[in-house]
Design a protein around this ligand. Sequence first.
Ligand SMILES: C[S@@+](CC[C@H](N)C(=O)[O-])C[C@H]1O[C@@H](n2cnc3c(N)ncnc32)[C@H](O)[C@@H]1O
Length: 316
Amino acid sequence: MPTAVSLFTGCGGSDAGLLDAGFDIVMANDILPYARDTYLRNLPNTDYVLSSIADIKSFPKVDLLAGCYPCQGFSQGGLRDPVKKINYLYREFDRALRLIKPKAFIVENVSGMIRNDFRHLLNNQLIRFRTAGYRVKWDVLDARHYGVPQERSRLFFVGIRSDLDVCFDFPTPCYETEGATQGLPRCPTIRDAIGDLPLWPDEEEYDRQEFHWYYLSRNRYRGWEDQSRTIVATGRHAPLHPISPKLIRLGTDEWKFENDGPARRLSYREAARLQGFQRDMVFPDTYGTQMRYRVVGNAVPPPVFAAVAKAIPNIW
Ligand SMILES: C[S@@+](CC[C@H](N)C(=O)[O-])C[C@H]1O[C@@H](n2cnc3c(N)ncnc32)[C@H](O)[C@@H]1O
């Protein structure tokens, strides 16, 4: 069984994908206690180190290094500040890469990094990973193409150690979306993912703040037969549940409900399903609703990470 170290592990979206792809995760790390708690309730067999990555001085030797460093600085919903310190945690990943020297690595991040104002950071990562001795490819993947019922585009880097003389190709789409990939199975819908859950869950399971002007500055609605809008890390910005009335566009950045019927945001449990987590994912009682939204929204959809890991040729 090939072995892996996971960094910026969160509650384990990337790692659920690695386990599905047949990896033994020897070590995981994150700084957020609730992410660790959730991970270990669902994936109890990993040595999960709770600390800042900067405090870890040595790592086990493994075949694969996986890491999804934070993205607040680049993300559409974030500050988009190219000088933010959190944008530079890729240097810690690079440090681990040079210490471990795995056969391959996988990095996931937000697609905002390919924007012009962040391009220098993307290029710097490529230069670092290449000078560390890896052939690196990157691409932006649409989660719907791998069976995740959600509009979610994310940037992936995959590197294979140059001495192995092996090429990597990103996985081709496995599911059809909007007719672009005809002949493939239909991507699952919101109904497929959450149709069996109560229409009105316990009130602690979803964010009940008012629908403020910023919330209504874009269309947060998708119907039962659609894929969800992007699941984000804040409950306040969670997409609407399909039992809510549709939103009608009034003008630039201005939407309103088409009627006064009851409306609500997706719950954190529904959000987890729409991210492709196991259907019976357990959320420990420590911390409240917002923290649950946070770890779920930060995660990589497991089916996407699994598809990327499985696409690496058998170099193990
Ligand atoms: C994009 S999320 C990772 C998601 C995770 N891979 C998953 O699939 O669930 C980035 C993670 O980096 C963690 N993080 C931020 N700063 C950190 C640091 N200095 N050391 C370790 N982890 C850190 C955050 O707590 C967050 O869980």
